[in-house]
Design a protein around this ligand. Structure first.
Ligand code: ARG
Length: 458
């Protein structure tokens, strides 16, 4: 008989058990379910709702069940629906009537809410640690490539020379924000729903604060009905994860482009590339493509949970059982993506020569050429026009600005002097940048230092 079978006079219909059950997915929560139950049993005894002996017996048995699950000795049953009822049934089978007392002053609604909060708390910490590792790897790469010059792009058109270190450090800032979003999400969700009961509270003299302390929560969720019907924290977590995946996906897209023969800026390590079943010469950046693709999965998970929660009346509704799939899938996808990504970028080869070669073409020193004329006293708009005409002249002649003779330059403006040439080398273009947060070496040294300090504080 079902644990809730009392008021029923018929068995559930054929497909119903399977359709209704969540055990296939939520067995992942076994450890958190048991930890939550142990805290609850302690509280029940502390408040005199059950005896110390009964509580001890329940806790011992729960610990045995935990060990048995971990040793693969337990087979869960679909008829028992979910992890909560599976564990409770095993407990009752093992210790009889005492086991039946565990569910006093508790509902599966507050039980599942506490389980997923405990699960997510642990996993947010793991993901944060991975993000931190990624940021650290990026700072090291940035430092190593502080003078690796490459083309900087806007509209994917060559714009101004930057350094690869500068490019890497931009991503480090995005991942710092991802880390902070997760911290924020963690802090907001770190309260205990246990003791809220089904929706209205319970008639027992429980101590929700004791349970919250036992489980390491910062406090209790204030409002019982909110505590059991809230899944905002899952939505917040998946949104933070979606933004993080978006950042990974932008980065992956760049790595994919950079790996083409057309760019040839990097080469993925063999261990992080795959071949083609028909074209023997192929080496594909599949992992970067997959991370880019898996970003779609996480966006889908976000829409999934938002749609599940949309228009749900208070308090608990069975729809909410469907929260597990998007939650678990997001945790796995984002963790694996970050892990693979770190390995990929720390093993890839950087072709500094191709990068600096590419930075020498495409008139990327045109802005600096205009700035030169500004320093010689012309208003910027006028300088822009002069250099524009020079670029057009060069395009027809198929040469670079620096290939023109001083006499040719003077045809466009009498402000040009011999010092022009040293002002428009790509090194000069990079290092003459003076604004805070620029690509110049001195600014990069400062940003690397500050990002390292940030890492220590994280
Ligand atoms: N398996 C359920 C879930 O994941 C547990 C809560 C069930 N509560 C209920 N009133 N049926 O949401």
């Amino acid at each position: 008989m079902k644990l809730w079978g009392g008021r029923f006079s018929k068995q559930t219909a054929g497909l119903v058990d399977e359709f209704h059950a969540s055990i296939e997915l939520d067995q992942k929560l076994y450890k958190y379910d048991i930890i939550g139950s142990i805290a609850h049993a302690r509280m029940l005894a502390g408040q005199g709702i059950i005896t110390e002996a009964e509580s001890g017996q329940i806790i011992n048995c729960l610990n045995e069940i935990l060990a048995d699950i971990e040793n693969g000795e337990i087979e869960f049953s679909v008829e028992l629906e979910d992890i909560h009822m599976n564990i409770e049934k095993i407990l009752i089978d093992r210790i009889g009537d005492v086991g039946k007392k565990l569910h006093t002053a508790r509902s599966r609604n507050d039980q599942v809410a506490v389980d997923i909060r405990l699960y997510l708390r642990d996993n947010i910490l793991t993901i944060k640690a991975l993000i931190k590792e990624l940021i650290a790897a990026l700072v090291e790469l940035a430092d190593k490539n502080i003078d690796t010059i490459m083309p900087g792009y806007t509209h994917l058109q060559r714009a101004q020379p930057v350094t690869l270190g500068y490019h890497f450090l931009a991503y480090a800032q995005m991942f710092i924000r991802d880390y902070e979003r997760l911290t924020d999400c963690y802090d907001r969700m770190n309260c205990s729903p246990l003791g809220a009961g089904a929706l209205a509270g319970t008639t027992y003299e429980t101590d929700r604060h004791f349970v919250a302390d036992e489980l390491g929560f910062a406090g209790v969720c204030l409002h019982g009905m909110d505590a059991v019907s809230d899944r905002d924290f899952i939505i917040e977590f998946i949104s933070a994860a979606a933004v993080c995946m978006m950042h990974l996906s932008r980065f992956c897209e760049e790595l994919i482009i950079w790996s083409t023969s057309e760019f040839n800026f990097i080469e993925m390590d063999d261990a992080y590339s795959t071949g083609s079943s028909i074209m023997p010469q192929k080496k594909n950046p599949d992992l970067a493509e997959l991370i880019r693709g898996k970003t779609g999965r996480v966006y889908g998970n976000l829409f999934n949970i938002l749609t599940i929660m949309k228009a749900l009346p208070l308090a608990y509704n069975k729809d909410m059982q469907e929260d597990k799939l998007p939650l678990f899938d997001t945790v796995d996808t984002v963790s694996n993506s970050i892990t693979v990504f770190i390995d990929m970028i720390t093993t890839m080869q950087i072709n500094k020569k191709s990068m600096s070669q590419a930075a020498k073409t495409g008139f990327m020193n045109a802005t600096d050429a205009a700035d030169y004329l500004v320093k010689k006293g012309l208003p910027f708009r006028e300088c822009h026009a002069v250099i524009g005409r020079i670029v057009l002249y060069c395009l027809n002649k198929q040469v670079a600005i620096e290939d023109l003779s001083l006499a040719e330059l003077k045809e466009f403006s009498d402000k040009f002097e011999e010092d022009f040439y040293q002002n428009i080398t790509i090194e000069a273009c990079v290092n003459a940048k003076k604004s805070a947060g620029s690509t110049s070496q001195s600014s990069m040294v400062e940003m690397v230092k500050r990002t390292r300090a940030k890492l220590i504080s994280m």
